[in-house]
Ligand binder design. Structure first.
Ligand code: ADP
Length: 479
C-alpha cells in the first residue's frame, strides 16, 4: 500500500504548506484588485477623452458650421491616425452626412447603433474580425444631428495584457521565494518543540539531569519549555525521594526484621516452656506492628512531601485541637508527673485544613514534648495568631536538642544520640513537618540543651477569620 513519506506528515511541512497557500491566495487577491482598479481607471480616462472630444466638436460645429467641422474631422483623424480614431456626423434620422477616413472601420455596424437622446451615449463594439474592441461616444449636436467618435481599444488592451504578464511573473517569483521562506519560518517556530523532543529522548535514555534550554521562539514555546523543565524538576524530586525512602527503609527496617528473625530462631532452637514462647510471639507482634507503622509513616511522609497526599479542606479550630490533644495525653502526663498546660484565646483560631492531619502533627509534637521531658517537668501548649498566621507553640522543660542536631531532627529516621534510650522511630517530626508544609505552613524549633525546647506549628489563618476578637491582648483560657 502507498505510504506517505514522514516529512509529509511533519508539522513543519504542514505549516509551510498552509503559509504558502495563504500567502498565494492573499497575493493573488491583491494583484487581482490592483489589476481591476488599473483597468477601470484607464477605461474611465478613455471615456473622459471621448466626451471632451465630442464637446469640442459640438462647439466647433455650433460656432463655425458643418464645413469647418468636416475639416476638423479630417485634421484630427490624420493627426492621431485614421486607424486609431474616426469621426462621423449623421442627420437627425441617422443618415451619414460626412465622416473622417473610414477605410479601416468598414466592417463596423455603426448604423445599427442606438441613437442618443439629450445625454451622450457611450458604448463598446466588439467586431468579430478585430482583436481589440472599439469604444464609442454618440452625441446630439447642432439641430439634433448625431456625432459619432470612435477609438480603438488596442493600446489599452495591449497595456493590460502586459500588466497581466508582469503580475503573473511577479506572483510566480513571490511564491517561488515564499516556499523556502515559509519553510524557514515554520522550521524556526518548531525549533523549540524539537528541542523539547530531543531532550525528552535523552531523558528517556536515563539522563534525568538534562533540561531544555530556553530559546527566543516566543511565549508559547517558552511556556512549553518551562512547563517541561518544571515537570522534569518534579520528576527529579520524586526519584530522589524514592531513592531516599528506599535507602531509609533498607537501613532502618533491617533492625526490627533482624530482631523478629532472632526471636523466630530462638523459638525454633530453644527449649523454653509455653510461657516463654508466648512472650516471644508477643514480641514478634509488637515488632511487626512497629514495622507496619514505620512503612505507613514513610509512605505518608513521601505523599505529603511530593504533594500527592489528598488533603481535605475544612474549617479547623486550633484551640479545639489543642484541648482534645491535652485530653488525650493527660494520662501520660499524669503518669510522668508532668504539668501539662494548654493556653488558648477566648475564641476560636480557625484555619482551612485537613483535621486528621493537623491532629496527627499536634499529637506527634505533644508526644515528643512529653517523651523528652523528665518527670516533674512542664509542657505548655499555646494557641495564638500573628497577622495572617495561626500558631501552636509546644514548650517543654525537657532535655533539649544539641545545636548540631537541630537541623537534622526533621530528617527521616534521624534520632539524636540522647534519645536512643527512649523508644521511637525517628519519623514523628518528619511526618509532622511534611503534613504541615502540605497545608502551606511550617514547623520551627528553638532549643536550649538541658533546659527545654519550643516547637512551633505555623499555619495560614482562614481568610474570613475574625482577627478583632482574637488579638494578642485578648484574654487567654488556661486549661
Ligand atoms: P522519635 O521521637 O521517634 O525519635 P522524631 O522524629 O519525633 O522521632 O524526633 C526526632 C528526634 O528529635 C528525636 O529522636 C529527638 O532526639 C529529637 N526531639 C524531638 N522532639 C524533641 C523534644 N521535645 N525535646 C528534645 N528532643 C526532641
Amino acid at each position: 500500500m502507498f505510504s506517505r513519506p514522514s516529512w509529509f506528515r511533519s508539522t513543519t511541512f504542514r505549516l509551510t504548506l498552509w503559509n504558502v497557500v495563504l500567502y498565494g491566495i492573499l497575493s493573488f487577491a491583491a494583484f487581482t484588485i490592483a489589476y481591476g482598479s488599473l483597468g477601470a481607471y484607464l477605461r474611465q480616462q478613455i471615456d473622459l477623452e471621448l466626451l471632451e472630444e465630442a464637446e469640442e466638436c459640438k462647439v466647433i460645429g455650433q460656432d463655425n458650421g458643418t464645413e469647418r467641422l468636416a475639416a476638423e474631422f479630417n485634421r484630427e483623424s490624420q493627426t492621431i491616425g485614421p486607424k486609431k480614431v474616426f469621426y462621423r456626423l449623421l442627420s437627425p434620422d441617422g443618415r451619414l452626412r460626412f465622416s473622417s477616413d473610414m477605410d479601416s472601420w468598414r466592417n463596423l455596424e455603426l448604423d445599427a447603433l442606438p441613437k442618443p437622446d439629450a445625454q451622450p451615449l457611450l458604448s463598446t463594439l466588439h467586431p468579430a474580425n478585430r482583436k481589440y474592441g472599439v469604444r464609442m461616444v454618440s452625441q446630439r449636436i447642432m439641430d439634433r444631428q448625431i456625432l459619432q467618435i470612435g477609438t480603438t481599444l488596442r493600446p489599452y488592451g495591449r497595456f493590460m495584457k502586459r500588466c497581466q504578464g508582469i503580475f503573473s511573473w511577479t506572483l510566480a517569483a513571490m511564491l517561488g521565494l515564499g516556499v523556502p521562506l515559509a519553510w524557514l519560518l515554520a522550521h524556526r517556530a518548531m525549533a523549540g518543540v524539537n528541542r523539547v523532543t530531543w531532550t525528552a529522548a535523552r531523558i528517556g535514555r536515563g539522563d534525568l539531569s538534562r533540561r531544555v534550554p530556553v530559546g527566543s521562539e516566543g511565549q508559547e514555546i517558552q511556556a512549553l519549555v518551562e512547563a517541561f523543565n518544571d515537570m522534569l524538576e518534579r520528576i527529579g524530586v520524586l526519584v530522589r525521594e524514592l531513592k531516599e525512602i528506599t535507602d531509609n527503609v533498607a537501613h532502618d527496617l533491617r533492625t526490627p526484621i533482624t530482631r523478629i528473625r532472632g526471636i523466630a530462631e530462638t523459638t525454633l532452637t530453644g527449649v523454653g516452656g509455653i510461657e516463654a514462647y508466648r512472650e516471644m510471639a508477643a514480641e514478634v507482634i509488637e515488632e511487626s506492628d512497629r514495622l507496619v507503622n514505620m512503612v505507613n509513616a514513610t509512605l505518608e511522609i513521601a505523599q505529603a512531601d511530593t504533594g500527592l497526599a489528598r488533603l481535605k479542606s475544612e474549617t479547623v479550630d486550633l484551640c479545639e485541637i489543642a484541648r482534645e490533644a491535652k485530653d488525650l495525653f493527660e494520662p501520660v502526663a499524669l503518669d510522668k508527673n508532668i504539668d501539662l498546660v494548654v493556653e488558648t484565646p477566648a475564641c476560636s483560631v480557625t484555619v482551612m485544613a485537613d483535621r486528621t492531619k493537623v491532629q496527627r502533627a499536634v499529637a506527634n509534637l505533644l508526644d515528643n514534648a512529653l517523651k523528652y521531658t523528665p518527670s516533674a517537668g512542664k509542657v505548655e501548649l499555646v494557641v495564638g495568631t500573628d497577622k495572617d498566621q495561626a500558631h501552636i507553640k509546644f514548650t517543654d522543660s525537657g532535655v533539649g536538642v544539641e545545636p548540631a542536631d537541630l537541623t537534622r531532627i526533621f530528617e527521616r529516621f534521624y534520632r539524636a544520640d540522647k534519645s536512643r534510650s527512649t523508644s521511637g522511630s525517628g519519623l514523628g517530626l518528619s511526618l509532622a513537618r511534611a503534613l504541615i508544609r502540605a497545608h502551606g505552613g511550617d514547623i520551627t524549633v528553638t532549643s536550649q540543651p538541658g533546659k527545654g525546647s519550643t516547637f512551633e506549628i505555623v499555619l495560614p489563618l482562614r481568610p474570613e477569620h475574625d482577627e478583632t476578637v482574637i488579638s494578642g491582648s485578648s484574654p487567654r483560657n488556661p486549661h
